[in-house]
Each structure stands twice: as C-alpha cells, then as structure tokens.
Design a protein. Structure first.
Length: 160
C-alpha cells in the first residue's frame, strides 16, 4: 500500500485558513493565573497580517499592540499572546513566499517586534536579515545578551 505524502500547505494557505477563527472565549480558571479574568480573543491569522500591513516605513509595532487592537476589535479583555505571535510568524513567512513569487508590497513583517523592542529571530532571514531591513529604515539595533533590540523603539511605535 503506497500512500502519497500529504502536500505541505503553503504559507499563504496557512494565512487564510480560518479554522473557526476569530473566536472570543472566557478565560478559564486554569489560565486566569497568567492572564487574569475576562475574555480572550483568538484571532484569525489574516487579522494579524492585516494589522502588520498598516505599519509604514520607519514605524514599528509590537505583538502587544497587535493584541490590544485585536481585543478592542472583538470586545475581549485580551488578545491571545500565543496565537498572535504564531500568526505574526505565519504572516512573515507568507510575505516571504509572496515576495519570492514576485509580489510587490508584501507585509513588512520586520517592523513587528516582540515586547520591549526585541526582534523576532524566527522571522525570515533571522536576526541579521531583519536587522538589515530595520537599519535601512533608520533604526539602530543592539545586542543585549542573546536578544537583539531596536534602540528607542518606543519613539517609532504606531499609535495603539
């Protein structure tokens, strides 16, 4: 019995797969010690991508700002930290896939930082690729321990 291997989904397919998302759920007792009480929105991947696309040249956004926008949009207490981070990673790879196919003006994923201005080493090109793109837009990147941080990133954040 020879089974064909399952075809790997493209990053674009992953970006637009709905999976019943977005959805707002009550924060359970199990998670309340970490997230507090209220509700959490689990966004659709494309929603994270749409927010990332709004960040103009020279500006920056953090996953925390994206989470805040998603929570506000869906009337939730918080945006899910785990899925928002994963979907930003998916958006970054989908942008790389689109750029490789010749698409212009893809999602500027390198402008999306982790908390406290930390760069995401899992984005395309790793830290060095992201650093090159950020420095081309006038940002200064420094290494602190194992992390790479955009200096004075707060001055370049888009409004929440």
């Amino acid at each position: 019995m020879n089974k064909e291997p399952k075809a790997q989904k493209s990053w674009q397919e992953k970006l637009y797969k709905e999976q019943g998302l977005p959805k707002v759920e009550v924060i359970t007792d199990k998670m309340s010690h970490r997230w507090g009480t209220g509700t959490v929105v689990v966004p659709a991947p494309r929603e994270v991508d749409e927010i990332m696309k709004t960040v103009l040249y020279g500006k920056l956004i953090t996953i925390d700002i994206i989470r805040s926008r998603l929570a506000k949009k869906h009337g939730a207490t918080i945006g899910c930290p785990l899925t928002t981070g994963i979907f930003a990673w998916v958006a970054a790879h989908a942008a790389g896939e689109a750029a490789a196919a010749g698409v212009q003006n893809t999602t500027p994923y390198w402008r999306t930082l982790k908390s406290r201005g930390v760069m995401n080493e899992k984005y395309l090109g790793g830290v060095e690729g992201q650093k090159k793109l950020l420095e081309a837009e006038g940002h200064k990147v420094v290494q602190k321990g194992k992390k790479h941080i955009v200096v004075d990133f707060e001055e370049h954040l888009i409004d929440d």
